[in-house]
Design a protein around this ligand. Structure first.
Ligand code: HEC
Ligand code: HEC
Ligand code: HEC
Ligand code: HEC
Ligand code: HEC
Ligand code: HEC
Ligand code: HEC
Ligand code: HEC
Ligand code: HEC
Ligand code: HEC
Length: 333
């Protein structure tokens, strides 16, 4: 850095000249040039121009007037446009559009013919700031408990930004409504989309249930960002009748509902991962009683057994989630 005092004509003039002369002059010039030539894009997160002078009034002069960008004005009708609420971007003392988009001094400046307009720092197709810094803008106002697990959550790690899910230029953010939220999530989660469209599924595709019935999209310290510490606890939120403790537990149920159920949806009735008896036989021995067949032809000759002839194990072992009957140890009643 060139000593500051050199910039003003002062008593130290000669001293400065001496110092400057003592240093290799080319270095000083090169440093100056570099600073001047750093483009906003190169500065990245360090890019910090002035705020515009006229705020939103200046922006809407060019944006929001024509038909194409009329939707931009919806920001005034949504939760962020409540000017009586000092916490919103349009509240008193806030920087309006620039509270989200970053300082727009350069962007609003006059542009010579043939020159490119400098993009806004944040939330545009050519945004200068990184995703993390852009998320930081939203976080600066939304620092409540619910977002305490954002850092390290799967979405943050996978670089999904706040604005990948949330829309700001709308009256009502689609993510906050079950019917439109699911479509938003499923636009990225193709595999889950296939699952919820299967014949036997949670009523997600009808919008009666939302992904957030079970998941915390802002991150949670639980597997699969579930809202509850364990998978089973997530299910008990709604299926309390399955919750134990039972006199006679069925080990795989206490362990994990997804041993037998696909939580989003499956081809099999009851959202089972497989049909009974195959499901049961994936753990229970095929020899002896725990049967193998559905008809007499399937039976080993000379051992007709009523157990094996019934279509499904659950027609006898009906208490598959556990039994409270004194003699229910075999989950028969
Ligand atoms: C003098 C006219 C003018 C003013 C004033 C203006 N803009 Fe723009 N803005 C433009 C034009 C033109 C584009 C399209 C640039 C392009 O496509 O390269 C644009 C693009 C944008 C974009 C998206 C694309 C990008 O490059 O980031 C955002 C966001 C934006 N402006 C926000 C604002 C905000 C916020 C303000 C007020 C602080 C503002 N603009 C003021 C003319 C203006
Ligand atoms: C609450 C934060 C927020 C506020 C306030 C806000 N924006 Fe935006 N804006 C965004 C986000 C996020 C995007 C990215 C696209 C989206 O989510 O709609 C965006 C996109 C844009 C775009 C480019 C994309 C497009 O849809 O054309 C323009 C231009 C723009 N905003 C201008 C403005 C202007 C002008 C204002 C003030 C009147 C403003 N914004 C206020 C968050 C905000
Ligand atoms: C200047 C502060 C500020 C900034 C910046 C800001 N918000 Fe907000 N936001 C608010 C306030 C205040 C509310 C209304 C909260 C309430 O009513 O309790 C709100 C509401 C919301 C809501 C609830 C919407 C609804 O329909 O209920 C969402 C989602 C949201 N903001 C997302 C964002 C995102 C994403 C960004 C970044 C693009 C952002 N906000 C930037 C202050 C801000
Ligand atoms: C994967 C999608 C997704 C991402 C990424 C995301 N959100 Fe959300 N957000 C949601 C959903 C869904 C809701 C609605 C929650 C509900 O209805 O229970 C929501 C609700 C909100 C709300 C409303 C109040 C609340 O806490 O419920 C705010 C504010 C908010 N998000 C801010 C943010 C901010 C800030 C970021 C970035 C750090 C962010 N969101 C990232 C999906 C997302
Ligand atoms: C009934 C509760 C429930 C609902 C509703 C739900 N999920 Fe899940 N989801 C789960 C459980 C439980 C897991 C963990 C599965 C496991 O570990 O076996 C999971 C796992 C996931 C995974 C991780 C990959 C995988 O399949 O294991 C994604 C992605 C996912 N869910 C997305 C979604 C989306 C998107 C929606 C909304 C359309 C949604 N989920 C609705 C319970 C649910
Ligand atoms: C912009 C794309 C995008 C959107 C929108 C999105 N996600 Fe994700 N989600 C991802 C990515 C990327 C991952 C990490 C890789 C993976 O598991 O597929 C992920 C992972 C997940 C996981 C697995 C978490 C884990 O720890 O295993 C769940 C659950 C999930 N998302 C739920 C949701 C829900 C609920 C919504 C809507 C509120 C949503 N996602 C919206 C991109 C998205
Ligand atoms: C937010 C509430 C809610 C949560 C949480 C929930 N479910 Fe459900 N579940 C439902 C509703 C609603 C139905 C549909 C009931 C109906 O159609 O009568 C259902 C139906 C089912 C069915 C029967 C499906 C059929 O085709 O008969 C199974 C099995 C099931 N849920 C398992 C689970 C599992 C496993 C979990 C945990 C991963 C879980 N549920 C979490 C609400 C919930
Ligand atoms: C050992 C396999 C297995 C496990 C583990 C299991 N289930 Fe089931 N579940 C079944 C079978 C079999 C059915 C009957 C399906 C049918 O109707 O054809 C069923 C049916 C259901 C139903 C539909 C309503 C009913 O009671 O018939 C719900 C809800 C359900 N299970 C929830 C759960 C929950 C919650 C858990 C975890 C605590 C769980 N299940 C664990 C095998 C299992
Ligand atoms: C994920 C593995 C698994 C699946 C799938 C499974 N079970 Fe079990 N089951 C077990 C375990 C482990 C025990 C406990 C065995 C013990 O205590 O010796 C058990 C115990 C039982 C018992 C009590 C037997 C005894 O000796 O105490 C019956 C009856 C039973 N299961 C029936 C079923 C039926 C019917 C199905 C299909 C709907 C099924 N099981 C699916 C693992 C499984
Ligand atoms: C017709 C009714 C019936 C059907 C169908 C049935 N069971 Fe049983 N199961 C019983 C009875 C009764 C007992 C106790 C008598 C015994 O031990 O033979 C029993 C005992 C058991 C036991 C514990 C005793 C042992 O063998 O260790 C298991 C495990 C079991 N059944 C699993 C299954 C499975 C898996 C299926 C489906 C392939 C099935 N059962 C089909 C009635 C049935």
């Amino acid at each position: 850095m060139r000593p500051k005092s050199c910039q003003s004509f002062s008593m130290l003039f000669f001293t400065c000249v001496l110092i400057a002369a003592a240093l290799p002059g080319s270095t000083l010039l090169a440093q100056d040039d570099e600073e001047q030539e750093m483009t906003p894009a190169e500065l990245g997160d360090d890019y910090m121009p002035e705020y515009s002078r006229r705020g939103a009034d200046g922006c809407v002069r060019c944006h929001g007037g024509d038909e194409d960008s009329a939707h931009l004005n919806q920001v005034f009708e949504g939760p962020h446009g409540v000017s009586a609420d000092g916490r919103t971007p349009f509240g008193e003392g806030q920087t309006q559009c620039e509270a989200c988009h970053g300082p727009g001094g350069d962007h609003t400046a006059r542009v010579g013919s043939g020159e490119q307009r400098i993009p806004m720092p944040a939330f545009g197709p050519n945004a200068i700031w990184s995703e993390t810094k852009q998320n930081g803008i939203c976080m600066s106002c939304h620092v409540d408990q619910k977002h305490g697990f954002w850092e390290g959550g799967t979405h943050q790690v996978a670089e999904v930004g706040c604005a990948d899910c949330h829309e700001s230029h709308v009256r009502r953010d689609p993510m906050t409504m079950a019917t439109s939220q699911n479509d938003g999530c499923l636009s990225c989660h193709i595999e889950t989309r296939a699952q919820v469209n299967r014949a036997h599924s949670h009523p997600i595709r009808h919008g009666e249930m939302a992904c957030t019935s079970c998941h915390e999209p802002h991150g949670a310290p639980n597997d699969a960002m579930l809202t509850q510490p364990t998978l089973n606890q997530s299910c008990f939120e709604c299926h309390a009748e399955v919750r134990g403790p039972h006199l006679w537990e069925h080990a795989p149920v206490t362990e994990n509902c997804s041993n037998c159920h696909q939580p989003h949806g499956s081809m099999h009735p009851g959202m089972l991962t497989q049909r009974a008896p195959l499901l049961c036989q994936s753990c229970h021995s095929r020899v002896g009683h725990a049967g193998i067949g559905r008809s007499a032809n399937d039976l080993p000759s000379g051992s007709p057994s009523v157990f094996l002839l019934s279509g499904s194990c659950t027609s006898c072992h009906s208490q598959v989630h556990g039994s409270n009957h004194p003699s229910g140890s075999l989950l028969l009643r």
